[in-house]
Ligand binder design. Structure first.
Ligand code: HEC
Length: 156
């Protein structure tokens, strides 16, 4: 009996300790390091998917690697956080929160997309809306293969 319980406990432990597959919602990312902010206006090439004001955040692993000019290790997470831009006399300010796009590094799990897992969440409902990350995300990020598929680099 005792042995059986021990085996059960061990199996349970192994099962629980296993990492959740996929790309989790990046809870608390607004408190991570802000790596960049930018505005994409009408007429610019990326306006269609990404028009508005965006911020790029990195967790500790991502931030220190990017700042040191190194390849981010497994566990690194980057967030592309997009808001509508609202023009007024005092300048462009943030309007509605559109979506939260995420890249998480796990070289084994996401081998086919350069070691990064991609997903995006609607800002209000946190509903996932990426159907095929290879086509919708990696196809474009692939152009950055010389920088580990990232557009963001260390800020001067
Ligand atoms: C048409 C090209 C294109 C597509 C498609 C694309 N991205 Fe990006 N992504 C960019 C560009 C350009 C930047 C850098 C923006 C900047 O520097 O301000 C970026 C930045 C990011 C970043 C910040 C890290 C980095 O590379 O700088 C994340 C996270 C991200 N994208 C996630 C996604 C996800 C998830 C998808 C799929 C839903 C996606 N992207 C699709 C062009 C693209």
């Amino acid at each position: 009996m005792r042995i059986l319980l021990c085996i059960l406990a061990l199996v349970g432990f192994i099962y629980c300790a296993k990492k959740e597959p996929g790309v989790p919602y990046p809870e608390g990312y607004q408190k991570w390091a802000l790596l960049k902010s930018a505005l994409i206006t009408k007429g610019e090439p990326l306006f269609d998917p990404f028009g508005g004001i965006h911020h790029i955040y990195g967790n500790r692993e991502a931030q220190s690697a990017i700042e040191a000019g190194q390849t981010p290790p497994d566990g690194s997470v980057l967030v592309f956080d997009l808001f509508e831009a609202v023009s007024s006399d005092s300048g462009d300010t943030e309007g509605a929160h559109k979506f939260v796009a995420v890249m998480i590094k796990d070289s084994e799990q996401f081998k086919s997309t350069g070691g990064w897992g991609y997903d995006a969440f609607k800002a209000d409902t946190k509903e996932r809306f990426v159907k095929d990350a290879t086509k919708e995300c990696f196809a474009c990020h692939k152009s950055q293969s010389g920088n580990d598929f990232l557009f963001t680099t260390a800020q001067k």
